[in-house]
Design a protein around this ligand. Structure first.
Ligand SMILES: *[C@@H]1O[C@H](CO)[C@@H](O)[C@H](O)[C@H]1NC(C)=O
Ligand SMILES: *[C@@H]1O[C@H](CO)[C@@H](O)[C@H](O)[C@H]1NC(C)=O
Ligand SMILES: *[C@@H]1O[C@H](CO)[C@@H](O)[C@H](O)[C@H]1NC(C)=O
Length: 388
């Protein structure tokens, strides 16, 4: 009898916890486990998990890239995106600003790593994006800023399966599309597509398959917020693509110029996401039950590029198992800074310990021809302040 009940509970719980995996597991913390445990997976996700270890490896590289960069961007704040599992697990179970940032930056990280792997030729299923460099009967096709923008917009619309007629009708087309390409600086005059454009659409799509597909069918506020932030992370990459060009011709005369699209360094993407973290909007469920709006009615509806959240954050001053805060005790602070790493802010006005340490460092380094640097060791004093 008891056994039957247990079975009944397990079966009942499966759809709720998503294919029956343990409460609190998260795809970002256990991507392999997730692949193993989700036997019932179908479609693209199952393909990646079962047959495509190279792509899966890049996806996991991307998640780790996201976590590393999260730590870097927040190193001077109370919540420093610590990789401690017990903390991150709790952060990911909630729906605060921090949760939103972690979701966005890992989703961006996956887009980035997969796209880079295509460019480097590390994956068999993708390579450079040559879709806009179609040649005209064997002749290189010259483009200029206007024709290039038009072609890129068409490609983008086709990719998003947007009916451009409809978009234009609703009068939002201009803004939407302007945004996509606003960071690209096109050279003057004519040039041709060449080189290797980063295949960001491939990375975008696979980040979405891997990170979103488990949640597609749900429509609670947390799920909507999570999918929104995942997408915002991916869009931040696509939105910051740039054009690189190279001159050809006799002694740099630049009679022919070839250009390609390239992602910015990931650190730049991460810094933009951090700015979005600072401006993130708190949202609540609308009456219709399947959309959300700003908690403060007078604020404007967040766009798909913004980060959103629905729970308030703790202050991260003291350790708290429930929220995933590890506290700021023993953190190193800066006594002269006026920003988030100042001893007042970082230590939550608890005060701090001051000590001077002496360290041996390299000094009086001399460069010797060729190619060696020799240094002496000097004892140097350094001031260290740590939170009480
Ligand atoms: C796009 O929308 C227009 C007007 O609503 C419609 O006539 C047309 O068939 C649509 N095209 C596609 C490809 O869906
Ligand atoms: C982040 O905070 C934790 C807990 O206070 C600390 O152990 C860790 O060294 C910090 N990480 C960085 C990069 O400062
Ligand atoms: C402390 O903050 C000041 C002012 O922002 C800065 O100039 C200095 O480099 C910082 N010190 C350390 C050790 O980070």
């Amino acid at each position: 009898m008891r056994l039957l009940m247990v079975i009944a509970i397990v079966i009942f719980a499966m759809p709720i916890t998503g294919f029956g995996w343990a409460e609190g597991s998260n795809i970002l913390l256990d991507p392999y486990l997730m692949c193993k445990k989700t036997r019932r997976l179908r479609g693209k996700m199952a393909e990646i998990c079962r047959h495509d270890s190279a792509l899966l490896k890049e996806i996991i590289n991307g998640i780790n890239l996201g976590f590393r960069e999260c730590e870097f961007q927040f190193r001077n704040r109370r919540w420093n995106c610590t990789a401690l599992r017990k903390s991150m697990r709790k952060i990911l179970m909630r729906d605060t600003r921090e949760t939103g940032f972690v979701n966005a930056i890992t989703s961006a990280g996956v887009t980035y790593a997969v796209t880079k792997a295509c460019t480097l030729g590390n994956l068999i299923e993708c390579s450079c994006d040559r879709s806009h460099s179609r040649r005209n009967g064997g002749q290189p096709q010259m483009v200029n800023a206007v024709t290039a923008v038009a072609a890129l917009e068409r490609q983008q619309a086709a990719y998003e399966k947007i009916n451009t007629t409809n978009v234009a009708k609703r009068g939002r087309g201009k803004n939407r599309r302007g945004r996509l390409l606003k960071n690209i600086k096109f050279p003057e005059g004519e040039w041709e597509w060449g080189g290797c454009s980063d295949n960001v659409n491939f990375g975008f799509r696979h980040s979405r398959v891997f990170l979103d597909s488990r949640y597609r069918r749900r429509s609670d506020l947390r799920t909507m917020v999570k999918l929104h932030n995942n997408r915002a992370g991916r869009l931040t990459i696509r939105d910051s693509m740039r054009l690189e060009c190279k001159c050809h011709g006799l002694s740099g005369s630049c009679t022919v110029k070839t250009c390609w699209l390239k992602m910015p360094p990931f650190r730049e993407v991460a810094a933009r996401l951090r700015d979005k973290f600072d401006r993130a909007s708190k949202v609540i469920l609308r009456n219709d039950g399947n959309s959300y709006m700003p908690e403060i009615e007078t604020l404007k509806q967040p766009t798909k590029y913004d980060l959103v959240y629905s729970d308030d954050s703790p202050d991260f001053c003291e350790p708290n198992m429930r929220t995933g805060s590890v506290g700021t005790q023993e953190r190193e602070c800066n006594a002269t800074s006026l920003k988030s790493d100042s001893c007042e802010q970082l230590c939550c006005n608890r005060g701090y310990k001051h000590r001077i340490v002496s360290e041996w460092v390299n000094c009086k380094c001399v460069f010797k021809w060729c190619c060696e640097v020799t240094c002496e060791k000097c004892l140097e004093k350094r001031e260290i302040n740590t939170c009480l």
